[in-house]
Design a protein around this ligand. Structure first.
Ligand code: MIC
Ligand code: SF4
Length: 640
């Protein structure tokens, strides 16, 4: 790996370690973003560090997830965040201003800088040449306090793009093709860097569609060069002063290489259940559809909405279909509304949904039982839509709009001539919904309604851990399965005692009750345990229920860090037989926890039903020390 763009940016930010794949490095963070569902905790954690103002160049909190106000909980959180941000030097994007990733790309991305965000789709800004990484809220809080961000130096995969997309084939189909080739774990411990002549054929928002959904590959981040096309985007955002060229050397050498000829791609979908269940639209054509949703942070930009408007112009949505459209930001909504394109969408019968996450996280727009929904979103794990046994297809906005018109999955190439999309000379620029921090912070009172409960604490690591296996799950279990979201549970994000009642609620509704009765215990998982979101609640709530360790075949990057951050030990099976044998109710005993963590050994002895087993404990000194302290907050406080 030499001369790659990701390497250059990391090198310029390196504060500790050697940039060899697999080695721990520390990097300086320039900017952070938070969103409301993870941000309330991140703010409480920042407060616990007792640092008055962020030490990074720019910090912002968005309200975009917990948007439905069906009770006091979400508005309590919004008000807490607004007052907290005003007092503590953090910018605040009001509810309705848009999805964090879309707004951040438009207004706050800076090529060549490092962005850390408490949301897994933070890599969206990689479309503008940033190293943008999704992490748990506590990592963001520590970075805001001036701490470096530590990660395992990833391998860099170079993806050469050649050719040009054919009409009706889109950036979404490029990332779906990546998911077809690599699956949801193909990007773990990797950065995906795009280069080659095909890059020039893609606009900045299209590039961001691709980097956004690199999260579904499990990648640390994804990045595009910053070139004349990026400059053009910054020009139309009236902030060309923030732009700079950034690209890999022409002779850059990648750790792994891939090539995609854009001319050969066709429209694709991810079939229900997982973002990597890829099929061509042709294969599933004719599948009846009852709902079509266009929006979410991966596909709700100006281009996506304008093409939707072109497709729907002077037509009507099929009588059996409910079409939901949500622009990614107020800027997108205003820019599309000005020339009248929004009218085309509304007259066709679409339901206009707020500029926010909405149905993507089950915050409204849940589909009916036994019905098919097609969505321009990025995730379709079972139940994520809010409906049990849901059947959600993921596709481009073009394919979603075609399905909305015909009532069944339809190859968008049948829609005729591909409309020409002209970018507006300038996007509508109005940052008035992003509030600046107060210039008189001493006068600001932070308002905590009854939904804001204090942070739960954990003491230092115990030498001996003992208990039962409280649940055993299979491969690729997402954090949505561990700590479900949706309109009922998401509003409890600031109230850990309340939200912990829902851990594994869909997989095993008795889990929380059992965990409390048994005074904690252990979780057993398969490969890629904890894939998906950055939500640290998938570690924090189990910690609250007394979970001491998770034994799995392997872990996703963000969730593994979150477990460590909250003092839960991630242990990996060496022998897959051990995974087979361990069962719900098996007794687990670890006698030498702290002494093993104090040493350097790469295994830990665990007794499973009295039988001694060795499991992998591959952790750096720093991560072992974090576990010994009982989590990152204790660790950071002890070192201030
Ligand atoms: C998601 O898409 O799953 C979320 C909701 O945006 C999460 C963050 C969260 O759970 O709050 C993510 O992607 O990190
Ligand atoms: Fe919001 Fe969905 Fe994007 Fe997560 S994936 S940030 S819920 S729009």
């Amino acid at each position: 790996m030499t001369g790659t763009l990701a390497e250059k940016i990391i090198k310029a930010h390196l504060v500790e370690g050697e940039m060899k794949p697999g080695q721990e490095i520390g990097i300086r963070v320039d900017r952070v973003l938070m969103q409301d569902a993870t941000g309330t905790m991140a703010c409480l954690q920042f407060e616990a560090l007792a640092i008055p103002r962020p030490k990074v160049e720019f910090a912002i909190a968005y309200v975009d997830h917990n948007i439905l106000q069906t009770g006091f909980e979400n508005p309590d959180d919004h008000r807490f965040l607004q007052t907290f941000c005003a007092k503590h030097g953090i910018y605040f994007s009001k509810p309705g201003n848009g999805i964090c990733h879309q707004v951040n790309l438009e207004r706050f991305s800076i090529p060549g800088e490092v962005l850390l965000g408490s949301d897994s789709h933070t890599p969206t800004c990689g479309g503008a040449g940033m190293v943008a990484i999704g992490v748990g809220g506590l990592d963001v809080a520590v970075a805001m306090g001036g701490g470096a961000f530590y990660l395992e130096m990833p391998k860099i995969i170079g993806v050469k793009l050649t050719g040009k997309l054919q009409p009706w084939v889109t950036a979404k189909d490029i990332i779906l093709e990546m998911l077809r080739r690599l699956t949801v774990r193909g990007g773990v411990k990797k950065i995906i860097e795009y280069y080659g002549p095909g890059v020039k054929t893609l606009s900045t928002p299209e590039r961001s569609t691709i980097t956004n959904m690199g999260a579904e590959l499990g990648a640390t981040t994804s990045i595009f060069p910053s070139d004349e096309i990026t400059k053009d985007f910054f020009n139309r955002q009236e902030r060309v002063q923030d732009w700079k060229p950034m690209q890999a050397d022409s002779e850059a050498a990648y750790d792994e290489n891939m090539e995609i000829n854009l001319s050969e791609l066709e429209p694709l979908v991810a079939a229900p259940g997982s973002p990597d269940s890829i099929k061509s639209v042709r294969e599933v054509e004719g599948t009846p559809i009852q709902q079509s949703c266009i929006g979410s942070c991966v596909n709700s930009n100006y281009r996506d909405l304008l093409i939707t408007a072109h497709i729907l112009r002077d037509k009507k949505v099929h009588p059996n279909v409910s079409l939901h459209v949500n622009p990614g930001s107020r800027q997108v909504l205003e820019t599309v509304t000005k020339p009248g394109a929004m009218y085309d969408i509304i007259q066709a019968g679409a339901r206009l949904i707020e500029n926010a996450c909405n149905g993507c996280i089950g915050m409204g727009s849940a589909p009916a039982s036994n019905s098919n929904s097609i969505r321009s979103f990025n995730r379709n794990w079972p139940g994520r839509s809010g409906t049990k046994n849901d059947s959600v297809y993921l596709a481009s906005p073009e394919t979603c709009a075609a399905a909305a018109l015909f009532g069944e999955i339809t190859d968008p190439r049948k829609l005729g001539e591909y409309p020409r999309i002209d970018w507006p000379e300038k996007f509508v620029i109005d940052d008035s919904e992003v509030l600046q921090p107060s210039s008189q912070p001493e006068k600001v009172e932070i308002i905590r309604g009854p939904n804001i409960k204090p942070l739960p604490k954990r003491g230092p690591m115990e030498q001996k851990l003992e208990g039962e296996v409280l649940i055993k799950v299979g491969d690729n279990i997402s954090t949505d399965a561990i700590m479900p979201a949706g309109a009922k549970i998401l509003p409890l994000r600031s109230n850990i005692p309340a939200i912990s009642e829902y851990v594994f609620a869909w997989a095993d509704p008795d889990f929380a009750k059992r965990a409390k009765e048994k005074k904690g215990g252990f979780i057993v998982g398969g490969v890629n345990y904890g894939q998906g979101s950055s939500r640290e609640h998938a570690a924090l709530a189990p910690m609250f229920l007394g979970i001491k360790a998770v034994l799995a075949k392997s872990f996703s990057r963000i969730h593994k860090s979150n477990l460590i951050n909250f003092g839960i030990i991630p242990l990996e099976f060496i022998n897959s037989d051990d995974y087979q044998k361990v069962a719900l109710g098996s007794r687990i005993k670890i006698d030498n926890v702290t002494s093993t963590l104090r040493g350097e050994g790469e295994t830990m002895q665990v007794f499973i039903d009295n039988g001694p087993r060795e499991v992998k404990l591959i952790l750096t000194r720093r991560l072992r020390d974090i576990l010994l302290e009982g989590g990152l907050l204790n660790y950071t406080k002890a070192r201030h």
